[in-house]
Design a protein around this ligand. Structure first.
Ligand code: SD4
Length: 327
C-alpha cells in the first residue's frame, strides 16, 4: 500500500531533504548533470493537494502504461469532481454564467493538443488528447472544439452545478471582479509524470478564473505557458493568474532554465522572479512546479499557500512550496 505524508518544501528544507536521500531537489543545481543521476522510477507531480489525481496516475504507471495515459487519467479525477471548483464539472462560471474550460496535454515526443473556451464537455483533457492524436492541429477553440468533441463521441453535459450557480448569482449583486489569491486561482491541476521507460508527459486542465470575461482564455491550454515538456530535459506546469504566466511564457522558460543547468526549484524561482521584476505581482498568485528527467522536482510561487503532490517510490507527499512573499 502506498502512503500519504506531508512535509514542507521550503528553500532550506529542500536542501535538507537531499541529506535524507529522498529527493535531490536543491542539489548544487547549476552544475547538476542530469545524465549522471540514477533514475528514481515512476513519478507523478501535480499542483495543489490533488492526492486522488496523483493516486489515479500512479496506478496507471504501476500497471506499466505510459506517462501520457497516466497524466490523462490523473487529471480526469478533478475534472469529474464536483467539489473541485476550478476544474471541469463544478467549476466556477464566467460572469455570464458559462462554465468554459481550458486544457492541454503533451507527450514525450513533443506531440501536443489543446482545447480552450470549451463548453459542455466534462473531460476537456481527453478532447485535447484527441486533438493531438486525431487532427493535424494543436489547438481547437470554442464552438469548433465543442463540435469536434461531439464528433469524437463526447456527450453534452451541464457543467454548472447548483452551488456554482448560486454563488454566481450572489456575485452578480456587486459584480466585483477581483480574483482571490489561492482561492479563485486555486486547484487548477497541472500534472507531470515519468513512466517506467523514463518518458515524461504533462497535462493541465482548468475552468480558469471565476467570473472572467466571456471568451477569456488563460495560460492553462497554451503549450509553453501552463505546461511544457521536453523529454530530454523535463517539464513544468503553472497555476495562478494566467495572464502573468502568459506574458512570460512561464513553463517553457522553466524547462529552458533547467536545460541551462538550473535545478527544478531554481528554474521555478527564476521564472517567478521574472514576473516579480516585470509585472504587478503583489495581489496575484503564480506557482510553478518542475520535474527533471532524473525525477527531481522543485517549485516556487509568488505568494505563500501553494502546495503540490509528489509521488515517487510508492509514497505520496503533500508538500508546501516556497514563495517570494512570505506572509
Ligand atoms: C487561469 N491559471 O485560467 C489558471 C487559473 C488557475 O488554479 O491556475 N487556477 O489563469
Amino acid at each position: 500500500m502506498s502512503k500519504i505524508t506531508r512535509r514542507n518544501f521550503l528553500g532550506k528544507s529542500v536542501q535538507a531533504s537531499v541529506g535524507v536521500g529522498l529527493i535531490g531537489v536543491g542539489q548544487t543545481a547549476c552544475s547538476q548533470t542530469i545524465s549522471s543521476t540514477e533514475s528514481k522510477g515512476i513519478t507523478v507531480l501535480s499542483t495543489w493537494n490533488n492526492h486522488k489525481a496523483n493516486k489515479a496516475a500512479w496506478s496507471v504507471l504501476q500497471n506499466g502504461k505510459s506517462a501520457l495515459d497516466a497524466v490523462e487519467a490523473g487529471v480526469r479525477v478533478p475534472e469529474a469532481d464536483i467539489e473541485d471548483r476550478s476544474v471541469g464539472y463544478g467549476g466556477r462560471p464566467d460572469r455570464d454564467g458559462n462554465v468554459t474550460l481550458d486544457a492541454c496535454i503533451m507527450d514525450e515526443k513533443g506531440n501536443c493538443g489543446s482545447v480552450c473556451f470549451l463548453q459542455h464537455i466534462k473531460h476537456p483533457i481527453s478532447v485535447a488528447r484527441k486533438v493531438m492524436e486525431e487532427t493535424p492541429h494543436v489547438i481547437l477553440a470554442g464552438e469548433g472544439a465543442y463540435q469536434f468533441a461531439l464528433s469524437q463521441g463526447f456527450k453534452k453535459e451541464n457543467l454548472l452545478t447548483e452551488k456554482s450557480r448560486q454563488e454566481w448569482e450572489e456575485w452578480k449583486v456587486k459584480s466585483k471582479y477581483q480574483p482571490i489569491i489561492n482561492i479563485e486561482q486555486h486547484d487548477t491541476i497541472g500534472m507531470l509524470a515519468i513512466d517506467q521507460n523514463g518518458n515524461m508527459s504533462g497535462a493541465c486542465t482548468t475552468s480558469g478564473l471565476a467570473y472572467k470575461l466571456q471568451g477569456r482564455v488563460g495560460d492553462s491550454p497554451i503549450i509553453g505557458a501552463g505546461m511544457f515538456v521536453d523529454n530530454e530535459i523535463g517539464g513544468a506546469v503553472a497555476t495562478g493568474m494566467g495572464e502573468a504566466v502568459l506574458r512570460s511564457l512561464g513553463s517553457f522558460l522553466v524547462v529552458e532554465l533547467m536545460r541551462q543547468g538550473r535545478s527544478p526549484m531554481e528554474a521555478c524561482k527564476e521564472a517567478v522572479m521574472r514576473i516579480v521584476k516585470k509585472q504587478k505581482y503583489q495581489d496575484i498568485q503564480v506557482g510553478y512546479l518542475a520535474l527533471n528527467k532524473a525525477g527531481e522536482y522543485g517549485g516556487f510561487a509568488i505568494q505563500k499557500g501553494f502546495n503540490c503532490m509528489f509521488s515517487q517510490q510508492n509514497e505520496h507527499q503533500l508538500i508546501d512550496v516556497d514563495s517570494h512573499l512570505k506572509k
